[in-house]
Write a protein that binds this ligand. Structure first.
Ligand SMILES: [Cu+2]
Length: 149
């Protein structure tokens, strides 16, 4: 009788230890999966520049590779317009500059060149019309129309 009683808790202990070991294995595997998943999910977010401070801002992005996200940027005419330039073409320097036309001889605004991830802004005020914008570093690949109405 005593032996049986002494044996029963030993079985529980062994069972308990095995159960804990098994749970620990699962929890470790689960935690690793969660951490890996979290890293994967958060990596792009960390690379993403902060959103514009105020809503309704005019913005244009440089995106991979050597592209603007817009080929036409429409803005209101005869008011100060702030254009936020967001460079998301990681590791590549770009800027946003606006000119009266595609000869790019007369600048309306020349944005600061920055290497992604980065952002800056320019302010312009133009009469209604169709103008030209480009990245001054990549004047062949990165161009578009600036339309003021
Ligand atoms: Cu560029």
């Amino acid at each position: 009788m005593r032996l049986d009683i002494a044996r029963l808790p030993m079985d529980w202990i062994i069972t308990g230890v095995l159960a804990i070991a098994l749970m620990a294995t699962f929890l470790t595997a689960f935690n690793l999966t969660v951490i890996k998943g979290g890293e994967k999910a958060e990596a792009p977010a960390a690379e993403r520049p902060a959103p514009p401070a105020e809503g309704g801002a005019f913005q244009i992005r440089a995106i991979p590779t050597l592209k603007f996200d817009l080929s036409v940027l429409e803005i209101p005419a005869n008011v100060d317009v702030t254009i936020l330039f967001i460079n998301q073409d990681t590791g590549v320097p770009h800027n946003f500059s606006a000119y009266t036309d595609s000869s790019a001889k007369k600048a309306l605004a020349v944005g600061e060149i920055c290497t992604a991830p980065c952002q800056n802004s320019v302010t312009i005020n133009v009469a209604p019309g169709t103008y030209f914008f480009r990245c001054d570093i990549h004047p062949v690949q990165m161009t578009g129309k600036l339309v003021a109405r």
